[in-house]
Design a protein around this ligand. Structure first.
Ligand SMILES: Cc1ncc(COP(=O)(O)O)c(C=O)c1O
Length: 333
């Protein structure tokens, strides 16, 4: 049982702090999300030095919340931590904190089947410490009510701009300190790209590399469906080695598609690969599967049935297996 400084009110986000206890092992503690908890020297705030994960939890018919693909999110959190050389709590500590937060939210609220929570795990490098002192990372879980998917938004789709991220596609190997495949707190560039898109008549973004490859959205993974020469359906996504985040939603959708006999492919992909597709989507844990309806102002086909199929695969929450870690299949298009 976590210790409690706070009883959540109905509708309020639930905060679980992972505060270092005696001996240094972090223990979960329910705390007031509206109260201050970080110092002004926290390097998450001063340098964007830290990492996060955002997952979705959905309530079942008995009003019990379960977080989707916990192993995938905790695995990616550990990979981001390794890239940042950031000491983070072990998976069982996160699991305990998440379970405590989900239970606290359910206790404080009338929960209906299908209610959703965005579960955000964050670790920062913590306050500046003196030379020789051990680091004191700050870690917490914040659970916030999330809107149910909007069928109208899913039907309408999003207009995207292709925006140059300014880094070439070899950067992940050449300059690992740029942390391109890690989910770091430094998302100011991603948010600026979204604002740029909105100021120019679009809703979202697909980044391209300086040498012309398709990468990812600022908060999502790109999926493309098309038919091969044999007219079999193929689901394709950019090659992760080009410096993008390994999407957990993409990996679950790929595992389900493979079980249904679809051919799969990992890029490399270029903007010309967006032509002639049966469908293009941005996928992510909380927003789900969003069809793209225009690229740089040019309309592209939106296939509602395919969108529902992909969303159903994401909701089925199958084990992503080896689609999580690597690029097990290459596209031979
Ligand atoms: C840059 C980036 N790519 C892809 C994704 C999608 O990841 P997931 O499907 O694991 O939510 C995200 C999620 O926020 C992201 O920030």
């Amino acid at each position: 049982m976590p210790s409690t400084d706070h009883s959540p009110a109905p509708g309020e986000p639930v905060l679980v702090l992972l505060t270092a206890g005696p001996g240094g092992a972090p223990t979960p503690r329910l705390a007031d999300p509206a109260a201050p908890h970080l110092t002004v020297t926290d390097q998450g705030a001063t340098r964007g030095d830290g990492l996060f994960e955002t997952a979705l939890a959905v309530a079942d018919a008995s009003g019990v919340f379960a977080m989707r693909k916990p192993g995938a999110h905790l695995g990616r959190l550990a990979a981001s931590a390794a890239a940042l050389l950031l000491p983070v709590p072990e998976a069982p500590v996160w699991e305990e904190a998440i379970a405590a937060g989900l239970a606290a939210y359910a206790d404080a609220n009338e929960v209906a089947e299908g209610d959703r929570l965005a579960v955000r795990l964050t670790v920062t490098r913590g306050p500046e410490v003196g030379p020789g002192e051990p680091p004191r990372p700050s870690a917490w879980v914040l659970l916030s009510p999330a809107a149910r998917p909007d069928p109208a938004e899913r039907r309408a789709g999003v207009r995207v701009l292709l925006l140059d991220r300014g880094l070439d596609s070899t950067v992940a190997e050449r300059a690992p300190w740029l942390l391109t495949g890690a989910k770091t707190l430094s998302y100011a560039v991603n948010m600026a790209a979204l604002r740029h898109a909105r100021a120019h008549g679009a809703d979202d973004v697909v980044f391209t590399s300086a040498d012309g490859y398709l990468l990812e959205g600022p908060t999502s993974t790109l999926l493309i469906s098309r038919r091969g020469a044999d007219s079999a359906r193929r689901l394709v996504t950019p090659l992760r080695q080009k410096g993008i985040l390994a999407g957990t939603s993409q990996s679950v959708i790929f595992a389900a598609a493979q079980a249904e006999g679809w051919a799969l492919g990992y890029g490399p992909l270029v903007p010309a690969d967006l032509e002639g597709a049966d469908g293009l989507w941005l996928v992510s844990s909380v927003r789900g599967v969003l069809p793209i309806r225009a690229v740089d102002g040019r309309e592209v086909p939106v296939d509602q049935e395919l969108t529902e199929l992909l969303q159903g695969w994401l909701d089925a929450d199958v084990d992503p297996g080896d689609h999580l870690t690597g690029d097990p299949v290459r596209d031979e298009h």
